[in-house]
Design a protein around this ligand. Structure first.
Ligand code: FAD
Length: 216
């Protein structure tokens, strides 16, 4: 850190107050509660960049909506291996967050992560055929249980009233929806609150003047 005020020796310096520093800081403290950790953030508040729910899609990368995770093979079949691996990773993340809740590091789980329905929507014969096959391949797997598929206009309008309008009905449209468990980004900063309450120091120094970036 450049500057006079931080000349204390620290065990760990984390640059950037996003979800990565929050998670790593908490894990390090779990492994060694005596570690001194300082987190440096150039903005006035924590989790204001990618980790902020308004700055990312917040699907938790559970591979529900990311159509590129289920590529079409040369023979026309759908390869779901990447989607399964990513969904499994997300399940493991949830175990970690559940542990954080159990340990009291996240006081308001509902503000940190909650379930929202997700919808994949495509139009055009080719893409609808792809989505139909994707649904057939994923829908049979327990990780994607509960996924629904529809090409019914009325149902699609019910699912997405702002997207599917009465206009353009001549285009084939397909859609699958899935109510699943998704991260919505770091709305709450509970892991930081936990860290900053620790002794010895897990601290967030006051933010530097706007535009200034801290350096380790
Ligand atoms: C548009 C978009 C959509 C996304 N959609 C999803 C999604 O659907 N699902 C999903 O799981 N992930 C998604 N992600 C990815 C996810 O948001 C990021 O992987 C995650 O938030 C990264 O966390 P982080 O802590 O590494 O970074 P950040 O949250 O960006 O935190 C980094 C922090 O470091 C600070 N900083 C940078 N340089 C310095 C410096 N020199 N000194 C001090 N501070 C510094 C920044 O101000 C910032 O606060 C998306 C990302 C984007 C941008």
């Amino acid at each position: 850190m450049q500057g006079e005020q931080h000349h204390q020796e620290l065990d760990v310096i984390l640059i950037g107050a996003g979800i990565m520093s929050a998670t790593l800081g908490v894990l390090l403290k779990e492994l060694n509660p005596r570690l001194t950790i300082s987190i440096f953030e150039s903005l006035a508040e924590v989790a204001a960049e990618s980790s902020n729910a308004w700055n990312n899609a917040g699907t938790g990368h559970a591979a529900l909506c990311e159509l590129n995770y289920t590529p079409e093979r040369a023979d026309g079949s759908i390869d779901i291996s990447k989607a399964l691996a990513i969904n499994e990773d997300f399940e493991i993340s949830k175990q970690l967050w559940a542990y954080f809740v159990e340990r009291g590091f996240i006081e308001k789980p509902g503000a940190f992560i909650h379930q929202v329905p997700h919808v994949s929507f495509v139009s055009g014969e080719k893409d609808v055929a792809f989505l139909r096959k994707r649904f057939a391949a994923l829908g049979g797997h327990h990780l994607f249980a509960g996924m629904e598929y529809s090409e019914d206009r009325d149902e699609l309008e019910e699912w997405m009233p702002l997207i599917v309008t009465k206009a353009g009905r001549h285009h084939p449209r397909g859609c699958h929806a899935h109510g699943h468990r998704h991260g919505r980004g770091l709305r709450s900063v509970d892991p930081f609150a936990h860290l900053t309450s620790q002794e010895p120091a897990g601290r967030l120094p006051p933010p530097p003047p706007e535009g200034h970036r801290c350096a380790a």
